[in-house]
Design a protein around this ligand. Structure first.
Ligand code: HEM
Ligand SMILES: *[C@@H]1O[C@H](CO)[C@@H](O)[C@H](O)[C@H]1NC(C)=O
Ligand SMILES: *[C@@H]1O[C@H](CO)[C@@H](O)[C@H](O)[C@H]1NC(C)=O
Ligand SMILES: *[C@@H]1O[C@H](CO)[C@@H](O)[C@H](O)[C@H]1NC(C)=O
Ligand SMILES: *[C@@H]1O[C@H](CO)[C@@H](O)[C@H](O)[C@H]1NC(C)=O
Ligand SMILES: *[C@@H]1O[C@H](CO)[C@@H](O)[C@H](O)[C@H]1NC(C)=O
Ligand SMILES: *[C@@H]1O[C@H](CO)[C@@H](O)[C@H](O)[C@H]1NC(C)=O
Length: 280
């Protein structure tokens, strides 16, 4: 399934820029910055030595960029007189990460080919290489995205999926950027690496959908393990848990295997996925 998720990452990137007039193509920087992939890869490998989570974080950053105004790097813009930064929108604040590594990539590229590679393309390339370096599949990244000069904090609040969204809302948010239910399920497979804070896990452990009970689709042993890290009261709501308890930093198909084994700390449940498949 890894390959499907990867192809759909491309679908996501392409769908989210549909509407932009210029055409994207793989060789976009061949004449102006032929080493772009090599340079991004070098900075990523270095960053990974200090931070095994960085590949997951950069993959998510690309997704959080693309869902708001398309893949235009708007997520990177800081507050200014004319910009209200998306970085502080609920889905991003104290959650989206990897910005300093994007800055390091940009700096390295500015040295090699000043003023050429867009930040939106950097995010797309970084996500691709991150998945590849995590053992996932490879895909081609058409290039030539233009950076936006505006951000939309309300857009980030409204458009990005929330862990509290029901299926209807999730479907709608994906449909808004041209993605269907197959894309929603496959892209959720990206939760095969990276971390999740206790604040997004505790409802499943203690009060699922306001029932006052644990999520019935959660394996009891696994629930006990998560409860150690995320106690009902007095715990650290920012404490981190592996999204994939089996191979936490590898991009594989374990997100789906975990769902079969009732071990999804976050994301769609098995019941939800089966319902989606039935609907198709
Ligand atoms: C389907 C709707 C989705 C929801 C509700 C959702 C929700 C979340 C939540 C709550 C977290 C944990 C954030 C935190 O603890 O600070 C997370 C992490 C993550 N998400 Fe999603 N997500 C969704 C879709 C996606 C998609 C489409 C991708 C990429 C293709 C993705 C990639 C990731 C990754 C890689 C992480 C770990 C990031 C890290 O460790 O820094 N997610 N997601
Ligand atoms: C940026 O602006 C937003 C909205 O006004 C605000 O909530 C946030 O604290 C600001 N961040 C910084 C670092 O100034
Ligand atoms: C973002 O997080 C900081 C804590 O790091 C908090 O003080 C601030 O209020 C949050 N901003 C928004 C807009 O929620
Ligand atoms: C920001 O996003 C919201 C959708 O949440 C939209 O209604 C609004 O028009 C957008 N603002 C701009 C300036 O594009
Ligand atoms: C899903 O959530 C939306 C927004 O909160 C709500 O309007 C809608 O009724 C919910 N749909 C279902 C089927 O629960
Ligand atoms: C569970 O959640 C519901 C609604 O989200 C809330 O009304 C209720 O008080 C919570 N129960 C417990 C035991 O925390
Ligand atoms: C809570 O967990 C976060 C993430 O691991 C950590 O950075 C922070 O220091 C912890 N806070 C406390 C009070 O232990």
């Amino acid at each position: 399934m890894g390959a499907a998720a990867a192809l759909l990452l491309v679908a996501m990137a392409v769908a989210a820029v549909a509407g932009a007039s210029a055409q994207l193509f793989d060789e976009y920087y061949d004449g102006t910055c032929p080493d772009v992939h090599r340079i991004v890869r070098r900075v990523l490998k270095r960053a990974h030595q200090d931070d095994p989570r960085i590949f997951a974080s950069l993959t998510r950053l690309h997704f959080h960029d693309c869902f708001v105004q398309g893949c235009d790097a708007s997520i990177l813009l800081d507050n200014s007189t004319s910009i209200v930064s998306e970085k502080f929108a609920a889905p991003n604040n104290n959650s989206a990460r990897g910005y300093p590594v994007v800055d390091a990539i940009k700096a390295a590229l500015e040295e090699a080919c000043p003023g050429v590679v867009s930040c939106a393309d950097i995010l797309a390339i970084a996500a691709k290489i991150s998945v590849e370096l995590s053992g996932g599949p490879r895909w081609r990244v058409p290039l030539g995205r233009r950076d936006g000069t505006t951000a939309n904090l309300t857009g980030a609040e409204d458009k990005l999926p929330s862990p509290r969204d029901n299926l209807t809302t999730l479907r709608q948010k994906f449909a808004d950027v041209g993605l269907d239910v197959t894309d929603l399920v496959a892209l959720s497979g990206a939760h095969t690496f990276g971390r999740v804070q206790c604040q997004f896990v505790t409802d499943r452990l203690y009060n699922f959908s306001g029932t006052g009970r644990p999520d019935p689709t959660l394996d009891a042993g696994y629930r006990a393990l998560l409860a150690k890290s995320c106690p009902r009261r007095g715990g650290n709501s920012s404490a981190l848990n592996d999204l994939d308890p089996t191979t936490p930093d590898t991009f594989d198909k374990n997100y789906f295997a975990n769902i079969e084994e009732k071990k999804p700390p976050r994301g769609l449940s098995r019941v939800e996925i089966l319902r989606l498949i039935e609907e198709e």
